[in-house]
Ligand binder design. Sequence first.
Ligand SMILES: [Zn+2]
Length: 508
Amino acid sequence: MTQIKIFDTTLRDGEQSPGVNLNQLEKLELAKQLERLGVDVMEAGFPASSQGDFDSVKQIAESVKNVSVAGLARAVKSDIDACREALKNAANPRLHVFIATSPIHMEYKLKKTPDEVIDTAVEMVKYGKQFFDHVEWSAEDASRSDLDFLAKIIEKVIDAGATVINLPDTVGYTMPREYGAMFRYMKENVPNIDKADLSCHCHDDLGMALANSFAAVENGATQVEGTINGIGERAGNASLEEFGVALNIRNDYYPYHTNLVLKEIKRTSDMVSKFTGMTVPGNKAIVGRNAFAHESGIHQDGVLKNAQTYEIITPELVGVQSNNLVLGKHSGRHAFTDKIKQLGFTLSDDKLKEAFVAFKSLTDRKKEVTDDDLFAILTDIQTDTSNVKRYTLVDFKVQYGSSDKPNATVTLNTPKNDQQLTDSDTGQGSVEALYNTLDKIIYEDTQLTDFQLNSIGKGRDALAEVHVSLTVDGIAVSGRGSAQDVLEAAVQAYLNGVNRAIYQVKAI
Ligand SMILES: [Zn+2]
């Protein structure tokens, strides 16, 4: 069985999804989870793109030891230098340097002749190779490039020291047979191709990302790039959880395997969806809410007689707990601490105290606290950037009847001289009344661009989770909040977004 290496780019390509911006703690938490999931390489970011990205790549490189950590660089020395600096303490660093090879990109974007592109690629791979044992080279827009040109440049960058050759379908344009043929062509026409791993990177613009990844593997690719939940630029990337599970389920058909720890999939998927605010559709393969739900009577009857009649994947395989009812009012600190460990969190003593208080106050209002509830509480606390002065909610009230206009009153602790301020305003709905009031108190100029409300788990007393997109003094941020009450979750999400913007300005 050939091992297919998994290159995760949730933290780079995934983070480029419209409206997504993760803070440093969230990225670190996600990186640790990706390590548990068993990816072979994680692309932690694009260090030259911003100080924030540089810092988080550096922090991840210093914290994650069992996975190779990669940084992205354009084919310019300063980008490679930024990767070198950010990855200097990584246990197993990788440089990922790219240049476009399609006629349209070379002519209009790079304004370089094909020969100039070859020279630059070779020069930059050689430059990077002085500092990195592992150099991945990507031919951006490979799938729309001339095959002979591609073969020529690949041969030269391998001679220059590239150890992985990635051929992305950057714009999600290719069909599986075509994409596979490109890999086969390189296998057959590049004399030194066996000195490097071939890698695929597919986008889902035409819904082909996963099929294209399999086509690449069938034709010699030994590394697959993608993201969790398939998030990414535009329509997103290939979903790594789908790839890993498909290979596992169809190991009768494919002689390949991955090192993914499949039972970590659900947790990783939940974390990505929670941090990014990109909710997984119910019908999404592997991780959707309905992925294991049998609705039709005939199917249910079959499954009861023999699960394999309609069920090809068991929920347990990907870490979906059929019974995740856990703690309640009488659970003590010990049980709580045990559960936290079981869920994979490591909290500092202060944060543990904070989490226990939040848990206890939840049990006052909710009889059964599920893993999903705890997950929401813990990720909020774990990724809270509380070392920066910020807005916190003291109290709010909303008066609302179906025949009159909602009226909200809010009291906040503000970051300016720790002043506590109260104000009130109205709106067409309760949330608008609250947000109009928040705008009056908050010093920053804030605009709401998106609002999403979901429930965590089932039942009338389920926690509410709100994701918002905001611009705060011109900075686009997202925010999230969870609480048992919908309106409180809405307020927390708004404040979370504003606080993140403040934190980002401080971090620059
Ligand atoms: Zn991409």
